[in-house]
Design a protein around this ligand. Structure first.
Ligand code: SF4
Length: 399
C-alpha cells in the first residue's frame, strides 16, 4: 500500500522546552485554582496549560478531580486486556528490561503455534475480549519469523472473534507491516476491519536518555529513535487506526519534557484520525511492592487526562459532520474526542464467567529456547557502565 501522505511525527526538543518555559511562567503568574478552573471549563486545553498544570503548585487531589470532571464529559468504560507473549526472545539490549538479549538469567521460551491457539481459546473461554500479542524486537534480517508468528496469531484472534487486539512487536518497516496484516479484512479505504492497536512505547522522548538506555549501535534494532518515533505513522499508512504510545517513568528525570512530548505525539496521532490509548505509570500498588506515597507517579496520568487536544470533541464532531469515513470510524465510540480510555471489556458479553481454571496455565514441559538459532554478536553500547541502582523496577512487558 502506498503511503497516504500523512506527515511523519517529528519532535523538536526546542518546541517542548518553549512550551515548558511558557508553562512555567503561567504557573508562576496564575493562581493554581485559576489554572484548575481553566482546565476544567475550557473546550480545549493548550499545551502551555498542560505544562502549567504540571509545574504549578497544585495538589494531586484537585488535579484528579479536574481530570475526572473532564472525563465525565466523554465517558468511556474501563477496558482491560490480557498480554500473550509469543516469545520472550529479543535482539535488543534495553538496559531497563529483563528480556534484553544479554540477560543470561532469563530462560528463553517461544510458544508453538498450537500453544498460542490454545492460550487464545483459554482467554476466549474466560470471556476476554481483548488480547495483546507480544514479542521482542529483532534485526531486520531476522524479523520475518516473528512477523509470521504474529500474523498467524492475529488470524487466530480474528477467527476466534476477539474484539480488540493490541500488537506489541517492536518497530516494523512499511513492507513488514503489510506482511503482518496479510489476510486481515479491510474496509474500502484500506483500513483494517478489526480493532487493532499498535503499541510502541517511545519510553523516553529525550534523545540522550533514549541512547543511554536503548543504545546507539546500528545493528541494535531498538536503538533507532526516529524509526521508532514514526512507527505509528507507518502503522496508519498500513491501515491501523489505533495507537498506543507511552513513556516509562525512571529513564528521564525531566518528566515535564516527557509529558509534553507525549501530548504532542498523541495530538499528532489524533489529527491523523487515530484513536489513542496512553500507557501511563502503574496506578495501583503492585502486590508486595512499594509505591511512592506522594502521588508523583500518577501525576503524569492526571495531567494527560486533562488534555483533549486542540478542538477535542468538537474536532471529532467536525470529522463526523464532514463525512470523513476514516475519522468517523476511528471515532465510532467517541474516542477521538480525547485520549481514549477504552471500551467495556465485557459490555457485550455479559458477566465474567466463574473461573474454573487455574489463573496460570501449566508451563510447557520443555523449553524450546530461541528457534532463530544463535544470533551474531550485536554491537555493544558499553560507553556507560551498567548501573543496578538506576531503576527501581525490572520490566519485561514491552517490546
Ligand atoms: S524493552 Fe522491548 S526491545 Fe527492549 S530489550 Fe525489552 S523486549 Fe527487547
Amino acid at each position: 500500500m502506498e503511503r497516504d501522505g500523512t506527515a511523519e511525527f517529528r519532535l523538536d526538543p526546542a518546541t517542548v522546552e518553549d512550551v515548558l518555559r511558557s508553562g512555567r511562567e503561567r504557573a508562576a503568574s496564575t493562581e493554581g485554582s485559576a489554572l484548575l478552573d481553566r482546565a476544567r471549563d475550557a473546550t480545549s486545553v493548550s499545551l502551555e496549560d498542560v505544562a502549567a498544570l504540571w509545574l504549578a503548585d497544585v495538589d494531586g487531589a484537585s488535579l484528579y478531580a479536574v481530570a475526572l470532571e473532564r472525563r465525565r464529559r466523554r465517558p468511556a468504560p474501563l477496558e482491560t486486556f490480557s498480554p500473550l507473549y509469543l516469545t520472550n526472545t529479543c535482539d535488543a539490549e534495553c538496559r531497563m528490561c529483563g528480556m534484553r538479549r544479554d540477560n543470561a538469567a532469563l530462560q528463553r521460551e517461544t510458544a508453538s503455534e498450537d500453544e498460542v491457539d490454545e492460550q487464545l481459546r483459554t482467554l476466549q473461554r474466560r470471556g476476554m475480549n481483548a488480547v495483546a500479542l507480544l514479542t521482542g524486537e529483532y534485526r531486520r534480517e531476522r524479523r520475518s519469523w516473528a512477523i509470521a508468528r504474529v500474523n498467524r496469531a492475529l488470524r487466530s484472534t480474528e477467527s476466534l472473534g476477539f474484539g480488540h487486539v493490541l500488537i506489541n512487536v517492536g518497530s516494523l518497516d512499511d513492507d513488514e507491516m503489510e506482511i503482518l496484516l496479510d489476510g486481515i479484512p479491510r474496509h474500502e479505504d484500506g483500513s483494517v476491519v478489526p480493532k487493532l492497536t499498535r503499541c510502541t512505547f517511545q519510553e523516553t522522548y529525550s534523545r540522550p536518555h533514549y541512547a543511554r538506555f536503548m543504545g546507539r549501535a546500528d545493528e541494535n534494532p531498538r536503538a533507532h529513535y526516529d524509526r521508532r518515533l514514526a512507527n505509528f505513522d507507518r502503522a496508519h499508512a498500513a491501515g491501523i487506526r489505533v495507537a498506543n504510545p507511552g513513556i516509562l517513568v525512571g529513564l528521564n528525570p525531566d518528566l515535564g519534557f516527557e509529558l509534553i512530548a507525549l501530548v504532542l505525539h498523541s495530538r499528532h496521532l489524533l489529527a491523523a484520525g487515530m484513536e489513542v490509548y496512553l500507557s501511563v505509570p502503574r496506578l495501583r500498588q503492585i502486590a508486595g511492592g512499594k509505591q511512592r506515597s506522594d502521588g508523583r507517579g500518577v501525576r503524569p496520568a492526571r495531567v494527560a487526562a486533562v488534555d483533549r487536544g486542540p478542538g477535542g470533541k468538537d474536532r471529532a464532531d467536525d470529522a463526523r459532520a464532514a463525512g470523513d469515513p476514516a475519522r468517523a470510524r476511528a471515532d465510532r465510540d467517541g474516542a477521538l474526542g480525547g485520549l481514549g480510555f477504552g471500551r467495556s471489556l465485557y459490555g457485550d458479553r455479559g458477566p465474567l464467567p466463574a473461573r474454573d481454571e487455574p489463573v496460570r496455565g501449566d508451563r510447557s514441559a520443555s523449553v524450546r529456547g530461541d528457534p532463530r538459532g544463535a544470533p551474531p554478536a550485536l554491537g555493544r553500547d558499553r560507553e556507560l557502565p551498567r548501573s543496578r541502582g538506576e531503576l527501581t523496577e525490572t520490566r519485561t512487558l514491552r517490546a
